[in-house]
Design a protein around this ligand. Structure first.
Ligand SMILES: Cc1cc2nc3c(=O)[nH]c(=O)nc-3n(C[C@H](O)[C@H](O)[C@H](O)COP(=O)(O)O)c2cc1C
Length: 188
C-alpha cells in the first residue's frame, strides 16, 4: 500500500510546475489605435461550443488595461520555432516598446475585433471578453472566440508549453486513442 511516507512533499508555490498548462499563446490588443502583444502561459480551453478560453492577464501587464477597456483581443497560437521570440515578447512591455515592430511581427487585420492577428502564428482567434467576474480575484479573463483562422500552409505544427521554470516542452508524439473514446464519439 502506498502512503504519503513513500512520496515527496512538493512546495505549494511550485505546484504550477507539476501540471503543464495550455500551449504558450500570444494575446494581442489594440488600445487607442496602438497594437500590442504579450506572452501568456496560464490558459486553458473551458468550453467546446460556443468556444470559451480562460487566460490570466495581470495588472502588471500593459495589455491588462487594453483588455479591460476594449473588451477584445486576439489569441494567437505560435509554433515551437517561434519560442525564442515569444519569450522575448513576454520579457518587455508595450509601455516601452512597439513589439510588432521590434519583433518583426506582421499585424493582420481581422474581421470581428480591432486587435490584430499575428501573421506568423499558426492559428489566430479573434476574441471578445465574455466574462470579467473572476478578474478581480484571479486576473482570469474568459475569452470567447468569435472568428477563428488557421494557416492552411501548415498541417499540425508543434506547439510549446511553459513548464513554469523557464523551460518548455514541445508537442511531440501523437497517441491515437479514438477507438477508446466511446463516450465521446461526437467530439472526434
Ligand atoms: C513564457 C511566459 C509566459 C507568461 N505567461 C503569462 C501569463 O500567463 N499571464 C500574465 O499576465 N503574464 C504572463 N507572462 C508575462 C507577460 O508576457 C509580460 O508581463 C509581458 O511583458 C506583458 O506585456 P505587456 O506589458 O506589453 O502587456 C508570461 C511571460 C512569459 C515569458
Amino acid at each position: 500500500m502506498i502512503t504519503v511516507n513513500d512520496l515527496q512533499a512538493h512546495p505549494l508555490d511550485q505546484v504550477h510546475r507539476l501540471i503543464e498548462p495550455g500551449p504558450v499563446i500570444l494575446i494581442t490588443t489594440q488600445h487607442r489605435g496602438v497594437p500590442n502583444v504579450m506572452t501568456n502561459g496560464f490558459n486553458m480551453m473551458v468550453r467546446h461550443a460556443p468556444p470559451l478560453i480562460a487566460a490570466t492577464v495581470g495588472p502588471w501587464d500593459y495589455s491588462y488595461q487594453a483588455l479591460v477597456e476594449t473588451g477584445e483581443c486576439v489569441v494567437s497560437v505560435p509554433t515551437a520555432d517561434m519560442a525564442d521570440t515569444v519569450v522575448d515578447i513576454g520579457n518587455c512591455s508595450g509601455a516601452d516598446v512597439d513589439k510588432f515592430h521590434a519583433f518583426g511581427l506582421t499585424a493582420v487585420a481581422g474581421e470581428k475585433v480591432q486587435a490584430p492577428l499575428v501573421g506568423e502564428c499558426w492559428a489566430n482567434l479573434e476574441c471578445k471578453v465574455a466574462d470579467t467576474s473572476l478578474v478581480g480575484a484571479y486576473n482570469l479573463f474568459l475569452l470567447e472566440p468569435v472568428r477563428a483562422w488557421t494557416d492552411p500552409s501548415r498541417s499540425r505544427p508543434r506547439l510549446f508549453h511553459h513548464r513554469g521554470d523557464g523551460t518548455f516542452s514541445v508537442d511531440g508524439d501523437v497517441l491515437d486513442l479514438k477507438d477508446r473514446m466511446t463516450k465521446w464519439q461526437y467530439l472526434l
